[in-house]
Design a protein around this ligand. Structure first.
Ligand SMILES: O=C(O)C(=O)C[C@H](O)[C@H](O)COP(=O)(O)O
Length: 225
């Protein structure tokens, strides 16, 4: 099963979307895809979320739509039933983990402490959401985890901005970052899809760690050897 962290190799950023009106889902997803962010996390925080996932899955084939705020086995089942291709949770329990595992789609359980990371590794899960990233310790915290727990890989989310994203993406244990900064509330309210596309394009241009490493290697050895 492909990991969520590998879903969008070209895009280092997963937009985290809160949709109030399902009618906005398709134009919003099209704007994100056009800007270069095809992996889209629709949070199950609003009554419109499942309809939004359904609409994106049906009408925007270039998008890889997933569900966020998955906090119960029922959430996982409903999201996959609506067409979610990945699941993200802010935290996890064994019951939630079993449901996400049984869903058949890639999933990212949320962690914010070292013990939660170790408990997931013990259960065979290496790819996790680090939430709430900034409040839980941010870049220095993840850097500290890379020493003792190099097998754990993270998608930090929570409080990340265009300015802070590059320092996360430069870490060896970060595969992507999640965030809402490319979806400002006023642009959503105004249905300003053009502005969202522009902000998405800016986010999609952020280099991720492996790209930085490849670039560094190429610079050291222009022949590629
Ligand atoms: O809904 C969920 O399941 C969450 O875990 C929360 C989101 O990841 C954050 O709300 C991201 O929002 P920003 O902090 O604005 O980037």
């Amino acid at each position: 099963m492909t990991s969520v962290l590998d879903l969008a190799p070209a895009a280092p950023v997963v937009p985290v979307v809160v949709i109030e009106d399902a009618a906005d889902a398709v134009p919003l997803a099209r704007a994100l895809v056009a800007g270069g962010l095809p992996a889209i996390e629709v949070t199950l925080r609003t009554p419109a979320a499942l309809d939004a996932i359904r609409a994106i899955a049906a009408e925007v084939p270039e998008a890889v739509v997933g569900a966020g705020t998955v906090v119960s086995p029922a959430n996982a089942a409903d999201a996959v039933g609506a067409g979610a291709r990945f699941l993200v949770s802010p935290g996890w329990t064994d019951a939630l983990l079993a449901a996400m595992r049984g869903s058949g789609v890639p999933f990212l359980p949320g962690v914010s402490t070292t013990s939660e990371v170790v408990a997931l590794l013990e259960r065979g899960v290496t790819d996790m959401k680090f939430f709430p990233a900034e409040a839980a310790g941010g870049v220095p915290y993840l850097k500290s985890l890379a020493g003792p727990l190099p097998q754990a890989r993270f998608c930090p989310t929570g409080g990340i901005s265009l300015a802070s994203a590059p320092s996360y993406l430069a870490l060896p244990n970060v595969g992507c970052v999640g965030g809402t900064w490319m979806l400002p509330t006023d642009a959503l309210a105004a249905r300003d899809w053009g502005r969202i596309e522009t902000l998405a394009r800016e986010a999609a241009g952020l280099p991720r760690a492996d790209a930085r490493q490849a670039q560094a290697t190429a610079l050291r050895s222009p022949s590629g050897r």
